[in-house]
Write a protein that binds this ligand. Structure first.
Ligand SMILES: [Zn+2]
Length: 474
């Protein structure tokens, strides 16, 4: 993206920043979805939570449920396709299409149907029964991401029943196996086997999005354009070994320890992308004092070393500034009284999109500075480019966010982790993580015990999703 485009995109964020500068302004009640949509949303969320779609059970049951709901809501069966890989019968997906009037390439929404395991004994309530208590909805998947799936289903049905015809098709793919440990990634399979069915100008993935609040105050809706690429290396040091009574300088545990120690002191150079510069610029007004000054500084063309150093002191900002590599596993030695013959360490890197993993590997080799330690790829990189911060998407998200929550900032974002957008980006479709379901930044429970979403945030998500689909649909 050119600097001009970037400035054009950021014009909106500055206005919002000014709005936020009057912090005392109380946040107004957001517009609500019609009662029928809220009722439908609650039913669908309850049903989806109560269909166990952990990897052990698979997502075919949930996919068939979603298809039946959409058909009952007015979609014709040929526009709702349940697609199940022959070799993974429990890992079903469903793709639905709301036909447009034919101008422009379709938009694709994606949402995963699988959830991570939940242990009943660790939870206050049964994780596979939707439980309402004190304004909260508890259940596995409520925020990751059956709540968002439900909002997409309810919005599709609402648009269908209103007779709304977008300018271009809106496709939604509900998929299997996004969470780690799955063996049948639905989005990967659909891209490889049913590309024409899901081909689109761009992708919206609520899973990669984030709407954050702190201490009861709604702060931002993120537009996630990129994710760090993960690539894992193995380091191996070997020696002929011998009796522990005859130590030598070649001890591979010591050599490995020195190499890892050098790595522990190394920081990759700061590398800001269009997205992370825009992130710091839009994030700065939410901060105060030196942090605000430093964020504005690193958003500029040539950041001060001191500002980078101070922001690098915090995990949250450090990971936005640079590639990181960290040792995650080590094992070595074979006996209490034997000189070690082999030591292996695993180093995982999270690479800024656009950086070449080959360059990271060469740098690691230089930092460990011991040619006798063999470095090899343990898990190769799944490259995923940064999606351009498209004015079309930024404008739509900004307009809808302002219509719902005046004063909430739009925050361009790069995730340190990965989502299914890695597949759609790698397949050439620009992908944006956008979600309007506000989650407490100090109490994130995705994948955790007592996962929950507030009734208010869930209901607002129903309206936000509908408005954004219509805004983007034209
Ligand atoms: Zn998720």
């Amino acid at each position: 993206m050119s600097l001009q485009n970037l400035k054009a995109v950021l014009g909106g964020a500055l206005t919002l920043a000014m709005l936020l500068a009057s912090p005392a302004s109380s946040q107004t009640v957001a517009p609500a979805a019609p009662p029928a949509t809220e009722a439908l949303g609650r039913t669908v969320l309850k049903d989806l939570v109560e269909i166990d779609s952990t990897h052990a059970h698979g997502s075919t049951g949930a996919a068939k449920y979603v298809a039946a709901r959409l058909i009952a809501g007015g979609f014709s069966p040929e526009d709702v396709q349940v697609l199940i890989p022959a070799d993974h019968p429990t890992k079903g997906n469903v793709v639905v299409r709301l036909h447009g009037s034919g101008s422009g390439k379709p938009i694709l929404y994606i949402g995963h149907l699988d959830v991570v395991e939940a242990n009943r004994a660790d939870w206050t309530y049964d994780p596979f029964i939707l439980t309402e208590a004190d304004g909260w909805l508890y259940g596995r998947g409520t925020i990751d991401m059956k709540g968002q799936d439900t909002a997409m289903i309810a919005s599709l049905i609402r648009m269908k029943q209103e007779g709304y015809v977008p300018k271009r098709d809106i496709i939604v793919a509900f998929t299997a196996d996004e969470e780690a440990g799955g063996d049948a990634s639905g989005i990967d399979w659909l891209l490889k086997n049913h590309r024409p069915l899901i081909d689109a100008a761009f992708v919206i993935n609520p899973d990669g999005g984030e709407a954050g609040y702190k201490k009861g105050r709604k702060l931002y809706v993120a537009i996630q354009t990129s994710e760090k690429v993960f690539v894992t290396y193995q380091l191996e040091a070997t020696d002929k070994g011998g009796h522990s009574s005859r130590p030598t300088a070649a001890n591979p545990i010591y050599r490995m320890a020195r190499a890892l120690s050098r790595l522990s002191y190394y920081a990759f150079p700061a590398d800001l992308t269009s997205t992370t510069r825009a992130y710091f610029k839009a994030r700065a007004p939410l901060e105060s004092g030196q942090v605000r000054v430093d964020m504005l500084d690193v958003a500029g063309a040539s950041p001060f070393t001191d500002a980078v150093a101070r922001l690098s002191g915090q995990v949250e900002t450090n990971i936005m500034l640079r590639t990181t590599c960290v040792t995650t596993m080590i094992n070595g030695g074979q006996g209490e009284s034997a000189l070690p013959e082999r030591v292996r360490a695993v180093v995982q890197c999270r690479v800024i999109p656009g950086e070449d993993p080959a360059g990271i590997e060469a740098k690691l080799q230089a930092v460990i500075a011991d040619p006798s330690i063999k470095l090899s790829v343990y898990t190769p990189a799944q490259l995923s480019p940064e999606s351009p911060l498209s004015p079309e998407v930024v404008d739509a998200v900004t307009a809808v966010t302002k219509s719902m929550w005046p004063g909430v900032v739009i925050l361009p974002d790069m995730s340190a982790g990965a989502s299914d957008s890695a597949f759609t980006r790698a397949a050439g479709m620009p992908s944006y993580g956008v979600d309007g379901m506000f989650d407490d930044l100090d109490d994130g429970r995705a994948h955790g015990r007592d996962e929950r979403i507030s009734v208010e945030a869930f209901n607002e998500e129903l309206e936000f999703t509908y408005r954004l689909m219509r805004q983007l649909g034209g």
